[in-house]
Ligand binder design. Structure first.
Ligand SMILES: [Zn+2]
Length: 307
């Protein structure tokens, strides 16, 4: 079964707990995901709101070093990827295609040119904020402001270097300011829909429609607080609403494994196989499942090439 995940915090959790990526006691490990094929997994390096300035850069460097070390010593199971071609090549080998993300724009320390440094490190996605304010913008629990001048310059630079500007955690004002800049498809890697589950981290119907219109993607989040006690039923509800809003090409997954509590029936990455069968049994056509589980997210990393 195919599985493309736009967000997990496993690398950060490995760093905190001293565990590795191959086998661990976490929600996601390379061995746990082994039977998913093709499997593309985005690994986020998380910079918390209280980590700023040089401290944020040091934190980023430490997480990046761990990510690189873990990928290098598990090269039989995983390959670092930046492009659609690399993702498909890795998955053809039966390996996990790994994408690198940074969650928290504080990693830039307020300097636009650090976007280029992150791009050179292989970072493909940058979540502008976490829940609070930083040098770029304000998160959903922040002071309510919009993008700062540096934030605007960063959004422009991300589009120029081909990095995805991730709008999860950003407040509504910031979301609409990025949307108005109209530079790239709008992407929220790990958010659900507020019309199904009222929570400031989830997107309003208008925000979701804007994502659809831009050709972007929303990664449905598995967090128990957004799905309720039955995660399969919860995902079905968010998916149904997304489809009602015309989102067949805009739905993907951003599990939030190892960053958020997930209810037991979906609490490890291998259990996503049950989700596929559940949704099929609920009458979701296989063509939509293919898009939800893989091809919609893949589209963000390059267009299909015809020879
Ligand atoms: Zn998050």
């Amino acid at each position: 079964m195919a599985y493309f995940d736009l967000h997990c915090d496993t690398v950060t959790e490995c760093w905190k707990t001293g565990q590795g990526l191959r086998q661990n006691g976490l929600a996601l490990s390379l061995c746990r995901g082994r039977r998913l094929s093709p499997w593309c997994q985005t690994f986020a390096l998380f910079i918390p709101d209280d980590c700023r300035g040089q401290g944020a850069i040091d934190r980023y460097e430490a997480l990046l070093a761990l990510y690189r070390r873990e990928l290098a010593c598990n090269a039989d199971l995983v390959a670092p990827c930046c492009t659609r071609g690399e993702i498909l090549a890795a998955t053809l080998d039966g390996r996990c295609a790994a994408l690198l993300a940074v969650e928290g724009g504080a990693a830039l320390n307020g300097r636009v040119e650090r976007v280029d440094a992150l791009a050179a490190d292989g970072v493909k996605l940058l979540t502008l904020t976490w829940n609070g304010d930083n040098e770029l913008a304000c998160g959903v629990r922040g002071s309510g402001g919009g993008l700062t001048p540096v934030g605007r310059a960063v959004v422009r630079r991300l589009a120029q270097v081909g990095m995805i500007c991730d709008l999860s955690h950003l407040n509504e004002r910031g979301f609409w300011e990025v949307a108005e800049m109209d530079l790239a498809p709008l992407v929220a890697t790990h958010s659900d829909l507020r019309s199904v589950w009222e929570h400031p981290r989830n997107l309003t119907d208008d925000q979701f429609r804007a994502v659809v219109a831009s050709g972007g993607v929303v990664g449905l989040n598995f967090y128990v607080d957004f799905l309720g006690p039955d995660p399969f039923e919860g995902i079905y509800a968010h998916l149904s609403r997304a489809l009602d809003l015309g989102g067949e090409d805009a739905v993907a997954f951003g599990s939030d494994y190892d960053g958020a509590e997930v209810a037991k029936s979906l609490d490890t990455v291998d259990k996503t196989a049950f989700l596929w069968h559940y949704l099929l049994d609920r009458g979701v056509p296989e063509s939509i499942l293919q898009k939800l589980f893989f091809t919609n997210a893949l589209r963000l990393f390059g267009k299909e090439e015809f020879s």
